[in-house]
Ligand binder design. Structure first.
Ligand code: NAD
Length: 244
């Protein structure tokens, strides 16, 4: 990548659960995957929330508790450094709901799947905006109601069957990208899994970093096998060292 980046390049970075694995947050499909003990359809769909909001909140409260204890790793810091170096020629889109990129110093992070430490009204067209919320809810009685419309408050997370956030901005940035760097995502969850072929279609160079080849590995020009925290610091140093 270092050789390919010039002062005209625009870098689009997509991160997934793998970038936070070395911080101690389990990945989606890892051995200690976060869904262990829960069926996805019981905790991560609008239907599940309508059927049993307390169970859904127990699951996300458990995750909030876990997220309070983790710290960014070298991969998060490297990407924050790259943002400072490339400024407007850098765009960071994450599938992660944690705040580790921000904790490492990244200023402009687009969370396409929402944020674990935010909540919002569960009614689709309610005017109440998502808000910061670190509360833990264990029972139906504890779940607050929206001040505007009275519907129950839900986690600000994109569930299965829902449309990810900020897609217009993301697709616009993807169109303008000359290099796509994807880190720690299995290439299964759509639409993020298709970003690589969209970028390729526009002529971008595509690079993947992670310990194993992702499902969409065939679309990448280069697959750099290794942990994000080990590969990214050197990669970023090379790029910045070239005066970009
Ligand atoms: P995934 O679990 O499907 O895939 C994780 C990928 O990370 C795997 O391909 C694995 O090889 C790779 N990986 C593991 N350790 C790594 C390391 N040290 N460095 C680099 N890569 C590593 O995750 P996904 O593709 O991001 O999709 C899962 C969905 O679950 C996403 O929507 C995501 O938002 C969500 N999720 C988020 C978090 C989080 O916010 N930290 C954690 C788990 C899941």
């Amino acid at each position: 990548m270092a050789q390919r980046l010039s002062s005209h390049d625009h870098l689009f970075v997509l991160t997934g659960a793998g970038v936070s694995a070395e911080s101690g947050l389990p990945t989606f499909r890892g051995v200690n995957g976060i869904w262990r003990g829960y069926r996805v359809e019981d905790v991560a769909t609008p239907k599940a929330f309508a059927a049993d909001p307390a169970l859904v909140w127990q699951f996300y409260s458990e995750r909030r508790r876990r997220h309070e204890t983790v710290l960014p790793n070298l991969a998060h810091f490297a990407l924050a450094e790259l943002e400072r170096a490339l400024a407007d020629r850098f765009f960071l889109c994450t599938q992660n709901v944690d705040s580790l990129h921000e904790q490492a110093g990244s200023k402009r992070v687009v969370h396409m799947h929402g944020r674990i430490m935010q909540s919002r009204c569960s009614r689709a067209n309610c005017s109440t905006a998502p808000f910061d919320d670190r509360s833990l809810y264990q029972s139906a009685e504890e779940i607050p109601k929206c001040r505007t419309c009275g519907a129950p408050i839900r986690p600000h997370i994109c569930w299965f069957g829902e449309v990810p956030f900020h897609m217009e901005l993301i697709l616009h940035q993807l169109e303008g990208a000359t290099v796509l760097l994807t880190v720690g995502t299995s290439g299964v969850v759509e639409p993020a899994a298709s970003f690589v072929w969209m970028a390729r279609r526009n002529g971008a160079q595509t690079i993947y970093v992670g310990p194993e080849e992702p499902s969409n590995g065939g679309y990448f020009d280069e697959v750099m096998l290794g942990k994000a925290g080990e590969v990214l610091p050197d990669l970023v140093e090379d790029v910045i060292g070239l005066g970009n």
